[in-house]
Design a binder for this molecule. Structure first.
Ligand code: ZN
Length: 100
């Protein structure tokens, strides 16, 4: 199954509150928010745009590998998934995800 591609979802991140909000990491600045795809889709394979979260630049960096000193990979994945859950609710509110 092909992953969902949506420039609208990726672009929607700008100006949104960070959904990772990791204590001691998050910069809390919506101007730096990007759409952070789940990791593990493999090199050269673009992740589905359904699978990601709104993350500030510092949380994004943490999700992308900066976590190793403070958290395990599993803890990182867990934080990413929780943030994805919250982000999908926001995308639903924004009309970028629809229930048939
Ligand atoms: Zn953050």
């Amino acid at each position: 199954m092909a992953g969902v591609k949506s420039k609208k979802i990726r672009n929607a991140a700008r100006g949104q509150e960070c959904q990772v909000r990791l204590p001691g990491i998050c910069n809390g600045n919506p101007e730096t928010t990007v759409f952070a795809h789940l990791n593990g889709s493999g090199m050269g394979t673009k992740a589905s745009d359904l699978h990601g979260c709104f993350a500030c630049s510092d949380c994004h960096h943490w999700l992308d590998g900066g976590y190793t000193k403070t958290h395990s990979r599993d803890e990182r994945d867990f934080e990413h998934l929780i943030a994805m859950k919250n982000t999908q609710l926001l995308l639903l509110d924004m009309g970028l995800i629809k229930v048939a």
